[in-house]
Design a protein around this ligand. Structure first.
Ligand code: MN
Length: 488
């Protein structure tokens, strides 16, 4: 399990008794949080910090510890912030500044100056907060009593976001082929992606996969078919087409394991040696936590892997989706999201059926795919675009709804949703922001999770929700362009 260091600041002016008490309180608090968060992360208590050298040593240790995904910092007493400058300059891990104190209630009848000097985070955390702001450090500030469940849930959210950021560092993404010819939004700066997020994105020839697929045995294909029929309903006589996909997935499994891949892309324009575009093969793999982006969309592939990591342990589904078509009935506007094949079965509201239908583009054989109606519930759609001088995340609140009528002739899986606050506002805002037609949809994560991820990776973020006002939203976009000086 990953670790988060629990670091308590003080100074050496208070004398032995006060420091011993602060040390004892801090250990007890770390142990309490450790117990509460034991299913998510190890909280590692560290000795109370009294000097600039101790602060620096600890932050260097946290930075160098590969199992450490982040730090929690708080000031039990006053801790003059110049002693934190070198430490914070050395710290290269996500920070949660926990603005709390050991006691919940004020002891009105016994409070004296000794108590005030020991329990002065209201004072010390402001001093510490100033130097973080002065140094331009992006961090999460959580205020409140440390045993409060809402506070603990915010720490848990931070721990998962920090874990997802750490997961991204060195994450390997395979692109089978390049992005779809002439498409702009799926392209991007892969070097900048690695500098900012640690995503190592590399091209592979589809022939590398074909070679493995050619060596897949009948027994391996049989095993994959058994997995399919255990999970899904076979709704086709064209078993040969399904076996073809099973062979691709067995090959993808081997390729992913050998190359330690966490996300991949393919494209219907580069399938030399494959007779079908991967359909059920890609769908079944996505449901196992592997990120996927179609048409060479590496950003969506990587983001879906990272957000699936962040959503681990929560109820709900997370995966790639594409905006496709609308029902524009006045006042009842609905979006139909789908893809030409690759919709993750995590979104299935009905048992997926394995079907074989022609693909309208690409000129390949009819691919086997999973077809189902989508789940319902509250969710978000998150898109990452490359603005040329920075990445931008667009996060929209959506309500997934039951499709109003059957769609017996639609040969692909689908979701239906309403964007917030309404289609006229939400979709226009998405388009003003440059949001892509590819997104990661999640019913497990909320805008607060994306806000945290954006903050910890210093990524620009715009949010579309029930409060969105188009004029204010456009003004925000203008200000963001101004910040980067990038109006062309
Ligand atoms: Mn697409």
């Amino acid at each position: 399990m990953k670790k988060i260091y629990f670091i308590t600041g003080s100074q050496d002016l208070y004398g032995e008794a006060t420091l011993a008490q602060a040390e004892k309180d801090s250990a007890e608090m770390a142990a309490y949080l450790g117990e509460k968060l034991s299913d998510t992360v190890d909280i590692v208590h560290t000795p109370i910090v009294q000097t600039a050298d101790e602060a620096e040593d600890l932050c260097i240790k946290a930075t160098a510890d590969k199992e450490c995904t982040g730090v929690i910092l708080w000031m039990h007493t006053f801790s003059p912030a110049k002693m934190w400058i070198r430490a914070l300059q050395a710290l290269r891990k996500p920070m949660l500044h926990l603005h709390t104190q050991y006691n919940e209630k004020l002891p009105y009848d016994s409070i004296d100056m000794d108590f005030m000097n020991l329990n002065q985070s209201a004072h010390g955390d402001r001093e510490f907060g100033f130097i973080c702001t002065r140094l331009g450090i992006k961090r999460e500030v959580v205020a409140g009593y440390y045993k409060n469940e809402k506070v603990i849930e915010k720490i848990r959210r931070f721990a998962k976001a920090a874990e997802a950021v750490a997961f991204g560092k060195g994450m390997r993404v395979a692109m089978f082929g390049n992005n779809m010819r002439d498409v702009a939004v799926t392209d991007g700066d892969r070097v900048e992606s690695e500098i900012r997020y640690g995503w190592n994105v590399n091209y592979y020839g589809i022939g590398d996969l074909v070679k493995i697929a050619d060596s897949v045995t009948d027994a391996e294909t049989d095993e994959k078919i058994k997995e399919y029929t255990d999970k899904y309903d076979m709704d086709t006589d064209n078993i040969a087409a399904v076996r073809e996909q099973a062979r691709y997935e067995a090959a993808l499994d081997k390729f992913i394991a050998k190359n330690r891949i966490s996300a991949f892309t393919d494209t219907f324009q580069d399938l030399h040696g494959l007779s079908q575009l991967p359909g059920i093969a890609a769908q079944n793999i996505m449901a196992k936590g592997i990120g996927f982006g179609p048409e060479g969309d590496y950003k969506t592939a990587a983001l879906s892997a990272v957000l699936q990591k962040m959503a681990e342990g929560r109820e709900g589904a997370t995966g790639f989706m594409e905006d496709y078509t609308y029902d524009l009935t006045d006042g009842e506007e609905l979006e139909l999201a789908s893809h030409m094949l690759e919709v993750s079965p995590v979104f299935a509201g009905t048992k997926p059926r394995i079907q074989v239908h022609p693909l309208s583009i690409g000129g390949k054989s009819d691919p086997a795919r999973l077809v189902f109606d989508g789940i319902e519930g509250e969710g978000i759609a998150v898109s990452m675009v490359d603005m040329g001088d920075r990445f931008r995340l667009i996060c929209a609140g959506i309500t997934l709804v039951k499709q109003p009528l059957p769609m017996p002739k639609l040969p692909v899986a689908r979701l239906m949703w309403k964007i917030k606050p309404d289609l006229q506002t939400g979709s226009a805002a998405w388009i003003y922001a440059g949001g892509a037609h590819h997104a990661v949809v999640s019913t497990a994560l909320t805008a607060d999770d994306i806000r945290l991820f954006a903050k910890l990776t210093d990524t620009e973020l715009v949010i579309i929700d029930e409060k969105t006002d188009l004029a204010a939203f456009e003004a925000q976009l203008d200000l963001l362009d101004l910040k980067y000086g990038s109006k062309r």
